[in-house]
Every structure is written in structure tokens, then in C-alpha cells.
Design a protein around this ligand. Structure first.
Ligand code: HEC
Length: 149
């Protein structure tokens, strides 16, 4: 019995280590300036810009601020999956390249997601306390968004 347990533990450890070799490209483009960025499209208070960067850009842009634990599998795969799905729907860096109708739809969607606390993803907030928006911040953001539509 003890031997079986040892084999199982060794296998788990082996799988865990083997998983670490799977490291897809990082979602990082440091220093790149995006003329099409959301922040360039609107006049926005510095506070709004800061909140979006802190709470949304990790998934919805080409630059993720990775935490140290994001590098370890299987977390890494999960994070990259979130980023890919998030960017497919909305990439703040590419905002002005979207058609007007898409921008309008997204502005409403962004407001709704923040209002209903669906975004930032609850699982993200759990690991990134900084990304959490207070009720006051939510009000400030959604009021600003309302004025843009
Ligand atoms: C941890 C990653 C993550 C963070 C942080 C995050 N999102 Fe998302 N977001 C996603 C994912 C993943 C999807 C796609 C959900 C799906 O496909 O079901 C998504 C979808 C959306 C959508 C839907 C787009 C559409 O087509 O209607 C909006 C809007 C959105 N997010 C806004 C935000 C805003 C605003 C913030 C910050 C307050 C934010 N998100 C933070 C991961 C994230």
C-alpha cells in the first residue's frame, strides 16, 4: 500500500513538473503605444483611466500585468484562456478600430458588466484584490460611461 502511494505521489509530482514546460507566449507588449486605445477616444478623468487599467486591462488589452503565481501551471493556462476570450470580445487597445456600432454596443455592455459586478471576473478579484472596484468607483465609472452614450 505504501509503495502504491509513493508511485501515485511521484506521478502527480511528475505531471505537475511536466506541465510547467507548457508556457505559451506572454500577453505583453511593453512600451508599445496604441493610437487606437480607448483612452485616446474619449476625454476621461484620470481616475476613470486608472480604474480601467487596474481592473480591466489585464484581460482586455495587449499588456497583462502578471502576478508571480500566474506563471505556474495550471494557473497559467487558465489565465491565458481568460485573456484570449476577453480580447476576442473587447480589446481596449484596439477601440477606435472598431466600427461605430460595435463601439456603441460595447459601451453599453461595459456599463452593464460593471454595474452588475460581472466584471472584473470574480475569480480574478479573488487573486487580485487591487482590481476590485468599490461601490463608489462603480458609480463613478458607470456615470462616466452613461455620458458617453
Ligand atoms: C480576468 C480577466 C478579466 C478581467 C480582469 C475583466 N474581464 Fe471582461 N471579460 C473576460 C472574459 C473571459 C470575457 C468573455 C466572457 C465570455 O466569453 O463569456 C469578458 C467579457 C467582457 C465583456 C463582454 C463583451 C461583449 O461582447 O459584450 C465586457 C463588456 C467586459 N468583459 C468588460 C470588462 C470590464 C469593463 C472590465 C473591468 C472593469 C473587465 N471586463 C475585466 C475577462 C476579464
Amino acid at each position: 500500500m505504501k509503495k502504491v502511494l509513493k508511485i501515485i505521489l511521484a506521478s502527480v509530482l511528475f505531471i505537475f513538473i511536466a506541465m510547467q514546460f507548457y508556457q505559451p507566449a506572454l500577453n505583453v507588449n511593453k512600451g508599445r503605444v496604441y493610437a487606437t486605445d480607448f483612452a485616446k477616444a474619449y476625454k476621461m478623468p484620470a481616475e476613470v483611466k486608472k480604474m480601467l487599467h487596474k481592473s480591466c486591462y489585464d484581460c482586455h488589452s495587449d499588456n497583462t500585468n502578471y502576478a508571480w503565481y500566474d506563471y505556474a501551471q495550471p494557473v497559467r493556462a487558465l489565465v491565458e484562456n481568460h485573456i484570449k476570450n476577453a480580447k476576442d470580445d473587447l480589446n481596449f487597445n484596439e477601440w477606435t478600430s472598431y466600427a461605430n456600432r460595435k463601439q456603441e454596443r460595447l459601451l453599453n455592455s461595459i456599463k452593464k458588466q460593471i454595474e452588475t459586478k460581472k466584471m472584473p471576473l470574480p475569480s480574478y478579484i479573488l487573486m487580485h484584490k487591487n482590481g476590485k472596484l468599490s461601490d463608489e468607483q462603480i458609480k463613478l465609472l458607470t456615470n462616466w460611461l452613461k455620458d458617453q452614450t
